[in-house]
Design a protein around this ligand. Structure first.
Ligand SMILES: [Zn+2]
Length: 208
């Protein structure tokens, strides 16, 4: 089963990818990880990509296309894969369509208000412990007693900005894949377990 996972930052896409990968025995391919692995192993394409990153530039589409194409041609992807973080643009979607056939594009759907609450409720401690104000209402760390803080990335205005970017970039992709009849929308507003149940239900329905 060849799957692309889409979802806003904070929708829990990464968690679903991990659970789905274990359940179906197909690899979770995070584009960021694959890119980093290529750079670390100093592959030709990795060295090329590194030049852009070092200059603070975006890695060009065709480089990411190639890296993903290489990865999904590997043996462990014969039975399928879960792509996470790719495609991000229509050009990339076209490139992907040129090398493989997708079965489903699963969209983890969560109201933005829920996402903002989830992320802006995150609290960190310098010892590495993490909390969420929905389940922890103290301002000091239960492990070491230090004062908790909010990462800049987790502040409400930053989250809203990231959601705006996501909306702008992903809307055309949703349209693109919905015309191909590939979209399965899944409610992701509750727990990881509940969301996974919804994923299974959607896939079972679609496969019947
Ligand atoms: Zn601590």
């Amino acid at each position: 089963m060849n799957i692309v996972l889409l979802g806003a930052p904070g929708a829990g896409k990464g968690s679903q990818a991990v659970v789905m990968s274990a359940h179906y025995g197909i690899p979770h391919i995070s584009t960021g990880d694959v890119l980093r692995a290529n750079i670390k192993n100093q592959t030709e394409i990795g060295k090329y990509a590194k030049q852009f990153i070092e200059k603070g530039l975006l890695v060009p589409d065709e480089v990411v296309d190639k890296i993903v194409a290489n990865r999904i041609s590997e043996e462990d992807c014969k039975k399928g894969f879960i792509l996470d973080g790719y495609p991000r643009t229509i050009n990339q979607a076209d490139a992907l369509g040129g090398i493989t056939k997708l079965d489903y594009v699963i969209v983890i759907d969560v109201d933005y208000s829920v996402i903002v609450k989830r992320i802006s409720g995150r609290r960190m401690c310098s010892c590495g412990a993490t909390y969420n104000t929905s389940t922890y209402d103290r301002s000091d760390c239960a492990v070491c007693g230090k004062k908790l803080f909010t990462r800049d990335d987790d502040k409400e205005e930053t989250v809203l900005k990231r959601l705006e970017v996501y909306e702008k970039n992903t809307a055309p992709l949703l349209d693109y894949y919905s015309k191909k009849g590939l979209i399965l929308k899944v409610d992701g507003s509750e727990t990881v377990e509940k969301t996974f149940e919804n994923v299974l239900k959607a896939l079972n329905n679609a496969n019947n």
